[in-house]
Design a protein around this ligand. Structure first.
Ligand SMILES: [Zn+2]
Length: 51
């Protein structure tokens, strides 16, 4: 699973692939991978530099 973040509204979700449309903006948004691959990101699993 990957953490995806909508570039438009900042909505985040976990999925294997980014959604076609953002469930929050209901538009075709660009999603960025904000998953954390290092242990220090804590509970969220998201990279604080990106999320
Ligand atoms: Zn959005």
């Amino acid at each position: 699973m990957v953490d995806w973040k909508c570039k438009e509204c900042g909505y985040t979700m976990k999925a294997d692939l980014p959604p076609e449309k953002c469930p929050s903006c209901k538009k075709k948004c660009e999603f960025v991978d904000v998953s954390c691959y290092i242990p220090d990101c804590g509970k969220t699993g998201q990279d604080p530099r990106l999320a």
